[in-house]
Structures are given as structure tokens and as C-alpha cells.
Design a protein around this ligand. Structure first.
Ligand code: CA
Length: 240
């Protein structure tokens, strides 16, 4: 990575978590800026233009959601939200507001670094800004966007139009958790009361066709109470 380090802003009021993250991230070659409050975080954000923000939602001076809302008015900087295990609604709200991913406390070193790498990689690819074309490969699953076909281990998986649209949408955002409402909005337009059920039914069928037992789908992860995440695309040989 040389001198061209990624700059990460950590906004977290608990000093032990803050220094834990600083140590891990610096050891992995990132430059780290920290703030203990929303107000200070905003100042650091606007003066240092970080490449990524890790944001605790429970901050003393302001709700972390407020930080996301104001950041998104001017910036597409990737934001990973930190939240307590019990606050599913906060996560969903943060993601719908434009956060890129979340980490549930308590978290380990490996998880933190994996999320950071994936989020930086996704944002570098200009996620969602390009039309699907060519192919998507994750493990032994292949999506051929031109032919609108999905294969696993070389065998074609017959999907309905809706199922295919869901799989494709998840693949375009692979590695990132998508909330129920984000997926529903993309597939059916506006959500109605039956939408989540409809999505879950389609998802169950997709998983069945993909040959995975409930809770064991290796291609699409079920983020309970939040949404779904497709496993990241295989690393390409030509990627720098
Ligand atoms: Ca906190």
C-alpha cells in the first residue's frame, strides 16, 4: 500500500473500542482518524475527507443516523455502522439512509477487517453505477447477464423472472447487505404490506433451487431481521 494509505475515520464515544479499532486498523496499514462525538466527527469528516467512516450509532451528542443523513447530502463516502446486537431497527434505518454496511457489537478483528476491505472494494468499483454486463462469478455460481441465466457448478438453475431479478440485484451489490425494503423497492417498486412475505417466499424458492438447506445457503446470506447479502464476487486475476 506504500504511502498511499486509505484514511479511515472512526466515530465512537467509547474510548476502549476506539483505541481497539485504531490499533487493528493501523496494524493493517490504514491511516486512522478518531472522534468521540458526532459534532467532532463531522468536523474531521469535512476537513480530512476520509475514504471510509466507521460510525457508532449511539453517540452522546447526536444520533449517528443524523451524521449519515447530513453526510449523504454532500458525499458518497462509504459508511460502516456499529450497532448493538439488539437494535435491528437502527441497522435497517441506517442502511436505508445510505450506510453501506454494519457491524454488530461485540465484533472481532477478522470481521472488522473483512468488512472494511469489502466496503472499500465495493466503493472503488463504483457500485450500482454501471449496467450489468458480462458475467458474475461467486464460488461455483455464475450469472450470465447477457443470456439472463444462472449456473451452479456448470448446471443451469431455472429461475422465474422475479427470482432472476432478485439474484441479479443482489449480485450487483455483492458483499453488501441489502435491506428488505431496498430489495422490494428495486424488484416491485413501492412496497405494500405483503411485500416482505413475498420476498421471503421468492428467497426460499431461490435457495431451494440453489440446492442449499435453510440457513446454509453459501451464495446468499440471510441477515436476520435486516435483509440479504450475496457472497462477494471471486477475485479477478487482473484486479489490482
Ligand atoms: Ca456508543
Amino acid at each position: 500500500m506504500g504511502s498511499n494509505k486509505y484514511k479511515i475515520l472512526v466515530v465512537e464515544d467509547e474510548s476502549n473500542i476506539r483505541s481497539f479499532m485504531r490499533t487493528i486498523l493501523e496494524t493493517s496499514g490504514y491511516q486512522v482518524l478518531t472522534s468521540g462525538s458526532c459534532t467532532q466527527g463531522r468536523l474531521v469528516f469535512s476537513s480530512h475527507c476520509p475514504d471510509l467512516i466507521i460510525l457508532d450509532l449511539g453517540l452522546p451528542d447526536m444520533d449517528g443516523l443524523e451524521f449519515i443523513r447530513s453526510a449523504r447530502e454532500t458525499s458518497e463516502v462509504p459508511i460502516i455502522v456499529l450497532s448493538a446486537r439488539t437494535s435491528e431497527r437502527d441497522k435497517v434505518e441506517a442502511l436505508d439512509m445510505g450506510a453501506n454496511d454494519y457491524i454488530t457489537k461485540p465484533f472481532g478483528t477478522d470481521e472488522l477487517l473483512a468488512r472494511v476491505r469489502a466496503t472499500l472494494r465495493n466503493s472503488r468499483h463504483g457500485m450500482g453505477s454501471t449496467l450489468p454486463g458480462g458475467k458474475f462469478l461467486s464460488g461455483d455460481m455464475e450469472i450470465d447477464y447477457d443470456k439472463r441465466r444462472v449456473y451452479i457448478g456448470g448446471n443451469e438453475i431455472r429461475l422465474t423472472q422475479t427470482e432472476y431479478n432478485i439474484v441479479t440485484f443482489l449480485s450487483e451489490h455483492s458483499g453488501k447487505v441489502l435491506t428488505y425494503s431496498t430489495i422490494i423497492h428495486a424488484i416491485w417498486g413501492d412496497a405494500d404490506t405483503g411485500s416482505v412475505k413475498k420476498l421471503q417466499v421468492n428467497m426460499a424458492n431461490i435457495r431451494k433451487k440453489f440446492g442449499s438447506k435453510p440457513g446454509q445457503c453459501q451464495y446468499i446470506l440471510n441477515e436476520l431481521g435486516v435483509g440479504y447479502r450475496m457472497q462477494e464476487e471471486n477475485e479477478r486475476g487482473d484486479e489490482t
